[in-house]
Ligand binder design. Structure first.
Ligand SMILES: [Zn+2]
Length: 105
């Protein structure tokens, strides 16, 4: 992966610090919600950046705009077929029909 571990740790501790700050600044439920949002959004943000960098190399990150892409879920997840190694989106491999798959990030 393009995201190296150190960068990830820096972001992790950074967001930890920010979230602790938020606990102090905001009243109870809001601080917690904001902190959770940060923990959810940061990794996604990093992953999106990495995906954009890879996307330059021709693989069509196509389809765009269908379903709105809530938190990147519907736009991003691809699978790799365990039977024939084909990359695809959706429920089963269009090449060989196998449902054996793993997620590709
Ligand atoms: Zn297949």
């Amino acid at each position: 992966m393009l995201i190296n571990y150190k960068t990830y740790l820096i972001f992790l501790f950074g967001s930890l610090a920010v979230s602790i700050g938020l606990q102090m600044l905001l009243p109870f439920p809001y601080g917690l919600i904001a902190a959770l949002a940060i923990f959810i959004v940061f990794p996604l943000f990093l992953r999106n950046r990495a995906m954009k960098r890879m996307g330059g190399m021709g693989s069509d990150v196509g389809g765009g705009g269908s379903g709105g892409g809530f938190f990147g879920q519907s736009q991003g997840i691809k699978y790799i077929c365990l039977a024939c190694n084909n990359k695809y989106k959706g429920g089963m491999c269009p090449r060989c029909g196998s449902k054996m798959k793993r997620a590709d990030f």
